[in-house]
Design a protein around this ligand. Structure first.
Ligand code: PRX
Length: 644
């Protein structure tokens, strides 16, 4: 239930030291941005980012294509590294890293700069230049941000593929991007086991003719196959690399990265982000939302393979000159207090995680956090899915000891940066609400005709005005970009989320309205899992829906009809789960597989996922079934459920 009973105002002490102090200060900032957006963003960009050349104009809008800071030149790596070297941050820890086995590395800004320059020269040595594309498929080790920043430094557009994705998923991304280089590692550690990345890369690369070079970091030291001529060890190429590599002045609209995310079809979308606008917003939100101070130790627990890691482990924190913590492994390894050990050991001040993680930790009991000194924490954050008030209260009480505001940050891969979130020194909190939009962000809640709904009513969350860090297009598919985001409700950005606004103007995000599931804060399309399932020789048809799950928010539930044959359902269910892991990645494995002799369909043959969703959610189907071709199907599925 998303209903707040109490509001939580920040303490006087917190407000006094905050970047934005009090609700009135927020209002002034918000109104200024709303009334004079170009002036406002120009000021922010000037203050937060170093430019080699200023823009001729702030903004160009050829709906639905936007350009920000037109004509300006900058460089993301320069902003994340070089500009700090002339300040007190030169020897400040930039990346504070802990590996799962307990190994540790502290890289100062100066040292990180050196590593990035060397690796940028390695890439140049392989013939890479601005405009080329690189796939990065690595564990959570410092060389992952080094690789990203090295690409950014010379204008190579990177696409990081989460290490949990399978060879098949990796292959699709390499092909869609047209990458010429793949940067990977032998493997990484997770729950004490090696995730063998190079093996998966080898499997993917059998069908990727554009790839000329594979650069392999040695992380675990286990044996891997190296294809002569194509594969090179990172440490060998790096050995003689020069440390001199000036950051290239790139156009503000130069493509910084493409990040693939699930849409409503089987094919993932390559979300394109560019340089100047993206950097401006991720940097500004470090102050507005995380209230970052120079002395803070900041930790976002995401994986860099997702957008949260891009914006709030790498680009945002480093551009803002923070000390950003990176942890390689699982939160429960070797025990459920691993995160709290890290918080205690490094005196973490700002901690940013997902509701799924919080719920999983609640289940293990308070003794794990209670065994550690968490008094360094001053601000907590949440992202990826709606946080239920009970989990919020626990986070507030047991982790934050009722001292730390919680910023519930709403955003998406497409938005690049946080758009709706409390400013912690300004906005009283209501558990379960992402509260108010940030300056320059004009959301609304509308019906399908675009008409705003009344306060308290549920509707579609849209954003009325373009913002600097918005996606520029879907890689290679501008038509899909137009259709997906700018056509459902004409003239506004369609988020795909349902929401309502209360009488105080607070936003309550209710979840997706499309065929996108949110499993553990990871986006997954029902179609993607369905297409994976039907590629299996035993499967005739599949329909996938998300069902509510106490820990992961949603869980994947698959309805499967089989081709003729004598199948052992139990064995086959297990095999299909493995199959999905192979086709997409382990995180996409269905929690439940139900075999059925038919799927509910409309007369035109469309699978009625709505009914299946209702079935797995409420155990019965009461919705409109008049278009169902075979009413018996639902009855049988429901009856079968009762038998189970
Ligand atoms: O449904 C919303 C949910 O996650 C979706 C975006 O997923 P993704 O692009 O993978 O990015 C996740 C990390 C930014 C949104 O459409 N979502 C994200 N944050 C919240 C949220 N739902 C409710 N509250 C949030 N704070």
């Amino acid at each position: 239930m998303l209903a707040a009973t109490q509001t939580y105002a920040p303490s006087e002490d917190f407000v006094r030291r905050a970047h934005v102090q009090g609700i009135e200060a927020r209002r002034v900032l918000y109104e200024k941005a709303a009334e004079h957006p170009e002036e406002f963003w120009a000021e922010v960009a000037e203050r937060e980012i170093s430019w080699f050349q200023k823009w001729s104009h702030v903004f160009e809008w050829d709906p639905p294509f936007a350009k920000w800071f037109v004509g300006a030149k900058t460089n993301a790596a320069y902003n994340c590294l070089d500009r700090h070297l002339a300040t007190h941050r030169k020897n400040k820890v930039a990346i504070l890293w802990e590996g799962e086995p307990g190994d540790q590395r502290l890289l100062s800004y100066q040292e990180l700069h050196r590593l990035v320059c060397r690796f940028a020269n390695v890439l140049k040595g392989r013939g890479l230049k601005a405009g080329d594309k690189a796939i990065i498929y690595m564990p959570m080790v410092p060389e992952l941000p080094v690789a990203m920043l090295a690409c950014a430094r010379i204008g190579v557009t990177h696409s990081v593929v989460f290490g949990g994705f399978s060879a098949e998923a990796l292959k699709a991304r390499i092909q869609d991007l047209g990458a010429t280089v793949v940067i990977t590692a032998d493997g990484g550690w997770r729950r004490g086991k090696e995730i063998r990345l190079k093996d998966a890369a080898d499997e993917a690369l059998t069908e990727c003719p554009t790839v000329r070079d594979v650069i392999v970091l040695q992380r675990t030291g286990s044996a891997v196959n190296m294809t002569p001529g194509r594969d090179h060890w990172w440490h060998e190429l790096d050995q003689n690399a020069s440390e001199d590599c000036p950051a290239e002045p790139l156009d503000s609209e130069h493509p910084l990265f493409v990040l693939y995310t699930s849409g409503t079809t089987g094919k993932p979308k390559g979300i394109l982000h560019t340089t100047g606008g993206y950097l401006t917003m991720v940097t500004a939100t470090m102050k507005w939302v995380f209230d970052l101070r120079d002395e803070d130790t900041y930790w976002c627990t995401a994986d860099i393979g997702w957008v949260t890691g891009h914006s709030y482990i790498v680009y945002g924190p480093l551009s803002a000159g923070a000390t950003t913590v990176m942890y390689e492994g699982a939160p429960d390894y070797p025990a459920f207090d691993r995160w709290w050990r890290i918080v205690e050991k490094y005196r973490v001040n700002i901690f940013y995680t997902s509701p799924t993680a919080i719920r999983a930790l609640i289940r293990q009991g308070d003794q794990w956090p209670n065994a550690h000194d968490l008094s360094s924490l001053r601000l907590l954050g949440s992202v990826g899915e709606p946080i239920n008030p009970a989990a919020w209260e626990w986070y507030y009480r047991v982790i934050g000891k009722e001292r730390c505001p919680i910023v519930d940050t709403w955003w998406q891969t497409e938005t690049g940066a946080i758009l709706i979130s409390p400013m912690p020194g300004a906005v009283p909190l209501k558990p379960g609400s992402a509260t108010l939009p940030l300056p320059g962000v004009i959301p609304d809640i509308v019906d399908l005709t675009g008409k705003p709904v009344a306060d308290g009513q549920e509707g579609f969350l849209v954003i009325r005005r373009p913002w600097p860090s918005m996606l520029r297009t879907i890689w290679g598919d501008p038509q899909r970009y137009k259709e997906q985001y700018w056509s459902r409700v004409p003239g506004v950005y369609f988020t795909g989320d349902a929401a309502r606004r209360d009488a105080d103007g607070y936003y309550w995000i209710l979840g997706r309205v499309d065929d996108v599931m949110n499993v553990s804060g990871h986006r997954l399309s029902t179609m993607e899992v369905e297409s994976a399932l039907v590629r299996h020789p035993a499967v005739a048809e599949a329909a996938v829906v998300g069902r509510p799950d106490e820990i992961t928010g949603q869980a994947v539930c698959a309805f499967v009809t089989l081709k003729k044959g004598d199948w052992n359902h139990r064995d086959l269910a297990e095999e299909l789960r493995k199959w999905v892991a192979h086709e997409i990645g382990s995180f996409a494995k269905p929690a439940e597989i139900r075999f059925t002799d038919a799927l509910p369909k409309t007369r035109s043959g469309k699978i009625m996922r709505r009914l299946l969703r209702e079935l797995v959610t409420s155990q019965t189907v009461t919705g409109d079934t008049t278009t169902l071709e075979d009413m018996g199907v639902i009855t049988r599925l429901a009856a079968q459920q009762e038998e189970d």
